[in-house]
Design a protein around this ligand. Structure first.
Ligand SMILES: [Zn+2]
Length: 371
């Protein structure tokens, strides 16, 4: 089905996880020349997406393999085909910019709102999971923080829809939506984009969180995440931003120099559980957080490199009901021009040493609030 276009129903009401939310965007599902899926999310419901990928692409060859470490009990994806992937292409060869005559990219159309496609160089593929790329805007020189609230709302709808869709794939156990920003993080493409990994296993960090939540439940009868948020709100000195439906704080034992955790005030398991009020407020809160991150080190510094990571409950995992959707945003920059490297203690022993007290980090993130 090369270049086939399927128009998905527009503005449907979905009933997911007992909550009802309205799909405010138009979704168009099509495919690239090598058969990979491409999905457009548009804010205008009369948008027509019928451009065809005319590149002479060969079939995607992937050989992901999941190996279990017998000592740590965790899983490692071995993906040797990734060695040949695109690395820092010049801006006029960006594969995430829209196509124009004489220069065809991963997005056949000449403009888009949000576009998602299967990664041609996936870390996880086939039975080993799925990797997708999310292009936040067709503007190559923008960053997420430059988006309007309306654009950010479309991204949220795309993340939510991808979570719902990947939940239906038998091989996917956990959906991870994230953004790596900045060359310091190892980003190989400058175009504003994020990724979605559908893992075929529960990731080690999520396993640890579920274990802590289980122990807390047994000890106190309460939910760990709810208690953590309540403690941060009660102590207050690490709270960075407080909305009607979301709260952001630097955690008590932050691992990174500047690290913020963002929670919806009403606990939900994953993005599908957010109600309309939380969805509506999210763009304003998240964009403000990103803009503050860019101001931490002052106007003379290049944009702050960061990792923004959505934590969602894994599917079909024991204890998942005790999980809480939240976003963890952190930078590896610790001061002007200096990065926090994961050296001996962190890389060798997973024992973090953080030079910036969380209360001071929170104070700085309050000082750089938008006027
Ligand atoms: Zn680009």
């Amino acid at each position: 089905m090369i270049g086939a276009v399927i128009d998905a129903p527009v503005c449907l009401w979905f009933i997911v996880c007992g909550y009802v939310w309205r799909n405010l965007v138009k979704k168009t599902v099509t495919s690239l020349a090598d058969g990979r899926e491409l999905i457009y999310y548009d804010s205008a419901d009369d948008t027509v997406r019928d451009a065809v990928d005319r590149r002479p692409l060969g079939a995607v060859s992937t050989s992901s393999e999941i190996r279990r470490d017998p000592l740590l009990g965790d899983s490692v994806a071995i993906a040797s085909h990734r060695q040949g992937r695109t690395y820092h292409p010049p801006a006029d060869e960006c594969p995430l910019c829209p196509s124009r005559s004489g220069r065809l990219s991963e997005i056949p159309d000449s403009h888009y709102d949000v576009a998602v496609f299967e990664n041609r160089f996936p870390s996880l593929a086939g039975d080993a999971g799925r990797c997708e790329v999310v292009c936040f805007t067709s503007d190559h020189d923008a960053s997420f923080a430059d988006l309007t609230e309306e654009q950010a709302a479309v991204v949220l709808e795309a993340w939510t829809d991808r979570t719902a869709e990947l939940a239906g794939l038998g091989q996917v156990t956990q959906v991870f939506c994230f953004e790596n920003r900045g060359a310091e993080i190892g980003v190989s493409l400058g175009h504003p984009h994020g990724q979605i990994y559908g893992y075929p296993f529960v990731t080690p960090r999520t396993e640890l969180m579920l274990r802590s939540a289980r122990a807390h439940r047994e000890e106190t009868g309460r939910n760990l995440f709810e208690d953590v948020v309540a403690r941060e709100l009660a102590e207050g000195d690490r709270v960075v931003l407080s909305g009607e439906h979301w709260v952001a704080f630097v955690p008590y034992a932050a691992h990174w120099p500047y690290e913020v955790h963002l929670y919806p005030r009403r606990r939900v398991l994953d993005l599908r559980g957010l109600d309309e009020a939380a969805r509506t407020e999210f763009p304003q809160i998240y964009l403000e957080l990103l803009r503050r991150f860019d101001r931490i080190f002052g106007p003379a510094e290049p944009p702050t490199p960061y990792i923004s990571a959505w934590h969602q409950a894994p599917f079909r995992a024991p204890g998942r009901e005790d999980f809480a959707l939240h976003l963890e945003l952190f930078t590896i920059r610790r001061t002007s021009g200096k990065l926090k490297f994961l050296a001996g203690s962190e890389s060798g022993m997973s024992a973090f040493i953080n030079d910036v007290p969380p209360e001071a980090a929170a104070q700085r993130l309050r000082e750089v609030a938008s006027e």
